[in-house]
Write a protein that binds this ligand. Structure first.
Ligand code: HPA
Length: 239
């Protein structure tokens, strides 16, 4: 595997300061909150561009948490540097998504078994066709087991990784993503899953539904916090 020199251009940590398992929220303040709330003995390893990263312990297991920013270009940079610079092996995105099916409700957990996309991110691999991004089966199985044990409401399936949060009002053409069974949309997992696939490491994305593209519903800040905490309980079982 290609390696890059550390500190990398975007992560100011030394080798050994980042755990093999890294939880990846989009928001830097979420990373700080997770470190302060769920980890013990957390030490901050990054503040470059205010993309906060911390390493600590959960139930005696060493785990890191670092923000990725929004969109595939940003996730592409951080996941690449974590994998090729710091040797990270389990990269777990914890984010929010917009529901694209009626049965996917606000605050539900969505686990991305597969990721479809409208992004050109994977053009960098110059593949001779379309690549189907899939998660680590091992991480998915552990997440499903943890969610079942805690009696949580979750969905497993295909999601859309979109380059656009805002869309112009364009007329629909052809078949919609929802028609193809896509559960929800977000903006980073194509970069994460494809970088992990190329490097032979494990990736998994999990979300709470923050809004519905079907009903127009949105969560309140308080609801987001509660559902986020539920998802964190699953994520920490993966460490
Ligand atoms: N679109 C893209 N990403 C998202 C959304 C959305 O509606 N909601 C949360 N993340």
């Amino acid at each position: 595997m290609t390696t890059i020199k550390v500190p990398t251009p975007h992560i100011g940590a030394q080798l050994g300061e980042i755990a093999e398992t890294v939880l990846l929220p989009g928001d830097p303040l979420r990373a700080k909150y997770i470190a302060e709330t769920f980890l013990t003995d957390a030490v901050q390893f990054n503040s470059v561009r205010n993309i906060f990263g911390y390493t600590g312990y959960y139930n005696g297991k060493r785990v890191s948490v670092m923000a990725t920013g929004m969109g595939c270009p940003s996730m592409g940079i951080y996941s690449y540097e974590l994998i090729h610079g710091y040797g990270c092996k389990n990269l777990i995105r914890i984010g929010t998504c917009g529901a694209m099916q009626e049965h996917v409700k606000i605050r539900d957990v969505v686990m991305a078994m597969g990721v479809s996309t409208n992004s050109n991110y994977m053009d960098c691999f110059k593949l001779p066709g379309q690549f189907a991004c899939t998660c680590s089966f091992d991480l998915l199985r552990k997440a499903v087991d943890a969610a079942d044990a805690m009696g949580m409401r979750y969905h497993v399936g295909n999601i859309l990784c979109s380059d656009n949060f805002y869309h112009p009002e364009t007329p629909a053409t052809g078949v919609s993503w929802a028609d193809m069974g896509i559960l929800a949309c977000e903006m980073e997992s194509t970069a994460l899953y494809s970088n992990a696939a190329y490097a032979g490491v494990n990736a998994f994305s999990m979300f709470t539904v923050s809004d519905s593209l079907v009903t127009g519903e949105v969560t309140t800040a308080e609801e987001r916090q509660t559902s986020f905490t539920d998802m964190m309980k699953i994520a920490l079982e993966l460490a």
